[in-house]
Design a protein around this ligand. Structure first.
Ligand code: FAD
Ligand code: SF4
Length: 576
């Protein structure tokens, strides 16, 4: 039963007080804290690119290396290993990675196990119905010839090894939970406590968090960063910007008997509704992956949904299951086996939604800075490039004895990151009007490569009124072979959240049914449940099974807040 008035998730904000909870106003005394040169929060592709480049510069400059103390570079990563929480499509533009590791060839990348082949053939299909598909000319953003299919989870592991060999101190299983700001400047971060019980009580294995003081702090937390959000608020980094908007992608990796000979994208509209009322916009990918070490033929397949939709029963996880039942897809997976699954949100606002990237003492890199071109679904190369530029700018500032890193911001604007994102700055917003109305305008923006003036507006995902529609009626019943339920998907991520850990998901739990159903269907990990005996009318009490959470971050777009759980919790992605 629906509410009488339209309800939007923003009417039920999460119980969070960012300035009080997530910002620490004073560093602990010297003897109680860890001192490092540069603290990098997040061991994904972006943070590690920053570490790799910085250590290259420091290797040629022992004096500056020494001035940074015993720990010149520290990487703080909440997953069990770097890359453990990283997920991407992932077809990558190769330039920035070549720049970062100039001695490696693309064949070396494949032998090292993080790259899976160059794109030589590609095809784009329109899918009008659940049985039909026809090929269409490849639109410019989908052109991938010459790009490389990679796994960001595996790439981050390689980057971690390189960083450690060059002298970085990598603190895995460590969540940074507070930004330390003293005298208007970021002075480092505080790591979270470990070993608390459900109600926050210290248990036998309790370990308190520690202040990590740094001359420079790099926030590389990926999509929806906890400290990034606190920094944006603290330093007003979103002023004069458009609000950030989000997309949620669900990915599977399949081992297949027959190699796929081309990279595939589909444009729909199936399996989504074209009705503007549903406001559904999505895309899919199928990428071939040849594992040169094992000889296996793999396929990366995924479904990405803009979190602007209005039908509360939209479930990216189940839409991917449905997508796999289409004959075009089914024949690719036939006789194969699912070997990986994961889900992750990405920032979709592009150029106008990028916050200011520097503040006194700190910078934002990669997805923390919103550097994704969602028309082309490309962010990995921007993450690497931003990490490189942040490292160079921090190095120069440290040498000059300064904590002003604003040169980084200018460097981004002048680089391929700024230029590429500028060209598509107004291309995605028209789709907020729905696919049919928005696609022609979006096409004009792409063809003119950003030459049309103006600034297209975004509106916030959580302000979209939700209704209970019919998308869920299409989802297939899982067969355990080609289609799966959410819990078996979470199971294969190696998710290891302690059953008696404190709840890290902040949502109001007594909400109208539209909001409860939105969370229930959206969450790819089955965290939210609406009790069977919930009343037909009026608010319902949502059950939050937070230990299932794979930390995709999507809840933040639709009225909740993901905060970092205890370090080491969550999935352990390997091939995503
Ligand atoms: C579904 C999907 C498909 C995509 N497809 C493509 C594609 O095909 N090609 C492409 O180029 N781009 C693609 N992208 C975009 C691209 O994957 C991202 O831009 C990129 O991977 C982000 O890298 P990152 O290092 O910024 O973030 P991440 O890889 O998310 O790394 C952030 C790290 O920070 C850690 N962390 C976060 N907060 C804390 C904290 N407080 N304390 C400690 N650790 C913390 C996380 O655990 C994580 O390891 C896709 C993205 C998605 C989600
Ligand atoms: S509960 Fe976790 S997995 Fe579910 S939507 Fe929120 S962040 Fe994603």
């Amino acid at each position: 039963m629906s509410s009488a008035d339209p309800v939007a998730p923003s009417q039920f904000p999460p119980p969070v007080n960012s300035p009080d909870e997530f910002v620490k106003r004073e560093l602990d005394a010297e003897e109680d804290r860890i001192e490092v040169g540069v603290a990098i929060v997040g061991g994904g592709t972006a943070g590690l690119a920053c570490a790799n480049r910085l250590l290259q510069l420091l290797a040629d400059d022992p004096q500056t290396m020494e001035s940074l103390g015993e720990v010149p570079v520290a990487i703080i990563e909440k997953a069990k290993t770097c890359g453990g929480h990283s997920l991407s499509g992932a077809v990558m533009r190769p330039g920035p990675l070549k720049q970062l590791f100039p001695d490696l060839s693309r064949e070396d990348w494949r032998q090292l196990g993080f790259a899976f082949g160059e794109v030589r053939k590609e095809a784009v299909y329109a899918i009008p119905t659940r049985k039909r598909a026809f090929r269409v000319p490849t639109p410019p953003p989908f052109k991938n010839h010459g790009n490389e299919v990679v796994s960001v989870a595996a790439l981050a592991r390689y980057q971690q090894e390189q960083a450690e060999e060059a002298g970085a101190y990598v603190l895995t299983e460590t969540a940074a939970t507070q930004l330390v700001v003293e005298g208007g400047e970021v002075k480092g971060v505080r790591s979270g406590d470990k070993g608390r019980g459900r109600d926050g009580e210290p248990q036998g294995n309790f370990e308190p968090g520690t202040d990590i003081a740094a001359r420079a702090t790099v926030l590389a937390e990926g999509c929806w960063g906890h400290l990034t959000g606190a920094a944006i608020r603290e330093f007003d980094l979103g002023e004069h910007r458009e609000p950030q908007v989000w997309e949620l992608g669900v990915k599977e990796v399949w081992k297949v008997p027959k190699p796929l000979d081309r990279l595939i994208h589909t444009l729909g509209p199936w399996p989504l509704s074209l009705s503007p009322k549903y406001a559904q916009v999505a895309g899919t990918w199928i990428y071939p992956m040849k594992d040169e070490k094992s000889g296996d033929d793999l396929v990366s397949i995924g479904f990405v949904v803009e979190l602007e939709y209005a039908d509360a029963t939209t479930s990216p996880h189940d839409l991917l299951q449905l997508f796999k039942t289409h004959p075009l897809v089914r024949k690719i997976l036939e006789g194969g086996e699912r070997v990986g699954w994961g889900a992750k949100a990405l920032p979709g606002g592009g150029y106008w939604s990028m916050p200011k990237l520097s503040m006194p003492g700190a910078v934002l890199v990669g997805d923390s800075g919103g550097m994704v071109d969602t028309m082309a679904l490309k962010g990995v190369h921007h993450c690497i490039k931003s990490g490189i530029l942040a490292a160079e700018s921090i190095y120069d500032s440290i040498k000059a004895g300064s904590s002003d890193f604003s040169a980084y911001e200018e460097a981004i604007e002048e680089s391929s990151v700024g230029k590429e994102l500028w060209e598509v700055r107004n291309a995605r917003q028209p789709l907020q009007k729905g696919f049919l109305l928005g696609a022609p305008l979006s096409g004009i923006q792409q063809i003119t490569k950003g030459k049309l003036p103006g600034r297209a507006r975004w509106h916030r995902n959580d302000e979209k009124p939700m209704f209970i529609g019919k998308t869920s009626q299409k989802y297939p019943k899982p067969d355990g072979k080609y289609t799966f339920d959410k819990l078996s998907s979470v199971y294969i991520t190696g998710n290891a959240t302690r059953d008696d850990a404190p709840n890290h998901i902040r949502v109001q739990q007594n909400v109208p049914r539209e909001i409860a159903e939105t969370w229930r269907w959206m969450c790819p990990a089955g965290v939210y449940e609406v009790p069977d005996d919930a009343p037909d009318e009026g608010p319902v009490d949502v059950i939050v099974n937070y230990t299932n959470c794979v930390q995709c971050g999507a809840i933040t777009a639709k009225g909740g807040r993901l905060t970092p759980p205890e370090g080491g919790d969550g999935p352990l992605y390997t091939v995503t």
